[in-house]
Design a protein around this ligand. Structure first.
Ligand code: ZN
Length: 141
């Protein structure tokens, strides 16, 4: 799961809400989006994900079930959980990413998430005294 920004998470969440509503309709579930959201928010352990899956389970075929599983997994990752302090696992990951140190090219001072790009940039900058766009495309903005 690669997370780029908070905005991306919020957009994905909105898409998922629509997909969940569609899926609830399709499986003729008695549950609503709020039930799904609450179950995820109040979860106590990962087994609770199966409770959400059960909301869609009408004994459909395997392909329906696998669509449900995929959707619920995404919702689980993008919806807020109380145990995480009211944020989603995706936001948690984003927080973690933004706290990890960046690697800097000592020549041009661009910063990279991955050490290998900082090294590549440094080698290029030192040799050419100019930046390589293919490398700097990986820099953090
Ligand atoms: Zn550089």
């Amino acid at each position: 799961m690669e997370i780029e920004s908070k905005q991306q998470i919020l957009e994905r969440r909105k898409e998922l809400e629509q997909e969940l509503v569609d899926m609830l309709k399709e499986t003729e579930s008695d549950f609503t989006l709020d039930h799904v959201r609450d179950a995820i928010y109040n979860e106590e352990d990962n087994d609770d994900m199966m409770k959400v899956v059960a909301m869609f389970d009408r004994g459909g075929d395997a392909s329906e079930l696998s669509n449900v599983l995929e959707l619920v997994t995404d919702a689980w990752n993008y919806f807020p959980h109380e145990v995480l302090g009211g944020i989603s696992p995706a936001e948690k990951l984003l927080e973690h990413q933004s706290q990890s140190p960046l690697y800097e090219c000592p020549e041009c001072k661009l910063k990279y998430r991955e050490k290998k790009w900082a090294k590549a940039c440094e080698a290029w900058c030192r040799e050419h005294k100019s930046c390589n766009l293919e490398i700097t495309a990986h820099a953090e903005k």
